[in-house]
Each structure stands twice: as C-alpha cells, then as structure tokens.
Design a protein around this ligand. Structure first.
Ligand code: ADP
Ligand code: ADP
Length: 227
C-alpha cells in the first residue's frame, strides 16, 4: 500500500544548480503529508519527478510500486496530479470548461465522460456554473480552486498541492483547507508543500523537512517538540 517511494534521488539543473540530494520519501496510500522547506529547497523539482515530467530520474521514483518512467502519459496523469502554486500556470484556456476538460480530453475520454468529469470537479471545488467564465476574470481564490478542479478532473490517486494557501485571505484559506481535508478523507493520498512553519504542521499527519536534502521526518509533534 505504498503510494510513493523515492530513494537515492539526485537532481542538478543543467547550469549545475544542485536541487535534490539523496532524497528518500515514502508515502502510504491515503496519507496526508507535508513537505516543509524554504523557497529554493527543491520542492517543485521533487514534484516534477513525482509526476514524471522530469524523465529518467537519477534514483528511484515509484508510484504504487511502478517506476514512474515506465507509465504511459494517460496513466501518469491519472496517478499523480500536481497543483502548482500560481494558478495562472495551470489556467491557460479561454474558458474554465476548457481548462478543466483539458486533462480528461488528453486521457482520451469521450465527450460525455469529459462533460461529467468537468461538472463533478467544478462541483467539488464549489465552482458549479463557472464553465463559461474566463479564467483571467476570476478572483485569486476562485482561480486556485479552478486549478484544483483542472487536476481533479483527471481523478488522480495522489494530489500534490504546492503552497495551496499562499496569498489567500483567511476565509478562502479555511475553505481550501476544508476542501483538501475532504478530498483526503475520501481516499486521495495528499501532499501539501509549504514554507509556512506556522500553518503546515496542523494540516498534515506527517512532515518531511527538505532543503535540497531531507533534514527531518516525523509527525508534527515529533518534529516540533524540540524546537
Ligand atoms: P522550491 O520549489 O522549493 O522553491 P525549486 O525546486 O523551484 O525549489 O528550486 C530548487 C533549486 O533549483 C533552487 O536553487 C532554484 O533556484 C534552482 N532552480 C529551479 N529551477 C531551475 C532552472 N530551471 N535552472 C536552474 N536552476 C533552477
Ligand atoms: P512567494 O510567497 O512564494 O514569494 P509570490 O508573492 O511571489 O509568492 O506570489 C506567488 C504568485 O501568486 C505570483 O505569481 C503572484 O503574481 C501571485 N499572486 C500573489 N498575490 C496575488 C493576488 N492577490 N492576486 C493574484 N495573484 C496573486
């Protein structure tokens, strides 16, 4: 029941910047994990390994006991969905419908199934009826939720959220946390990345502290009792 197994993972960018050093991470199915680390700690680089965007990893990256590199694109995007920090990176189509339908269409689903996936994902994030809206014109909190819908429409087993509550007002923040908790309780394995030491511990069951390498691992209580 291991959802994610990463071992001996290293990565340097072409210019020589070392982003990941000997990373080891294990996540069980259904867990809610936090990845805590400052800007530049390698969180985004790690996620690009977990969703297979960075191919032929220097190290082991297994998703449900399968080497991520061996999966076909349709399978990969169904296994792991990443919601990046800036929703403008994820919403690039003329309408919300097109953005949320993009994944299911790429998975080769038929029109009817695509329609169903879009309605269901928008309902889940509280944006029913937003199909014909222009992404650019939504509020920041609505964009965040639309970006999540665009990932949920692929019905991922693992949902990774990069700084999901950054730049949100307290109410939108609370709503977003409720949404993520509900998705996790419905069985989606969840990873939340953040640099907010004050927020993350109360949101997750277990934390990895990362700064290019793993600095610490444990429950929030274990990690922070000595601080
Ligand atoms: P985080 O998501 O935790 O902020 P990143 O994974 O984005 O961290 O970055 C890890 C390190 O790699 C940082 O030092 C960053 O500056 C560097 N980096 C990120 N993208 C590139 C790139 N395209 N080329 C060179 N270095 C990069
Ligand atoms: P960080 O805390 O990581 O430095 P930034 O302040 O750079 O984050 O913001 C991350 C992204 O969110 C940026 O692309 C920025 O344009 C966007 N952003 C921040 N606040 C708002 C806002 N109120 N409305 C729309 N976009 C915002």
């Amino acid at each position: 029941n291991e959802a994610i197994s990463v071992r001996n993972l290293n990565y340097a960018y072409p210019d020589g910047t070392l982003a990941l050093k000997d990373i080891e991470i294990h996540v069980k199915k259904g867990e809610k994990i936090g990845i805590l680390g400052p800007n530049g700690a390698g969180k985004t680089t790690l996620f690009m390994h977990l969703n297979g965007v960075i191919k032929n990893p220097d190290g082991e990256v297994n998703i449900f006991n399968q080497d991520i590199s061996s999966l076909k694109t349709e399978e990969r995007i169904h296994r792991v969905g990443v919601v990046f920090q800036d929703p403008d990176d994820q919403l690039f189509m003329p309408t919300i419908f097109d953005d949320v339908a993009f994944g299911p269409i790429n998975m080769g689903l038929n029109k009817e199934e695509v329609q169903k996936r879009v309605s269901s994902a928008l309902k889940t994030v509280g944006l029913s009826g937003f199909e014909e809206r222009v992404p650019h014109n939504l509020s920041y909190g609505q964009k965040k939720r639309a970006a999540i819908a665009a990932v949920l429409s692929m019905e991922p087993d693992i949902l990774i959220l990069d700084e999901p509550t950054a730049n949100l007002d307290p109410r939108s923040k609370a709503e977003l946390i409720k949404l993520v908790n509900r998705l996790n309780s419905e069985g989606i394995t969840t990873i939340i990345a953040s640099h907010e030491v004050n927020t993350l511990p109360e949101l997750v069951d277990r934390i990895y502290i990362i700064n290019r390498e793993i600095i610490a691992e444990g429950t929030p209580r274990e990690i922070f009792s000595n601080w």
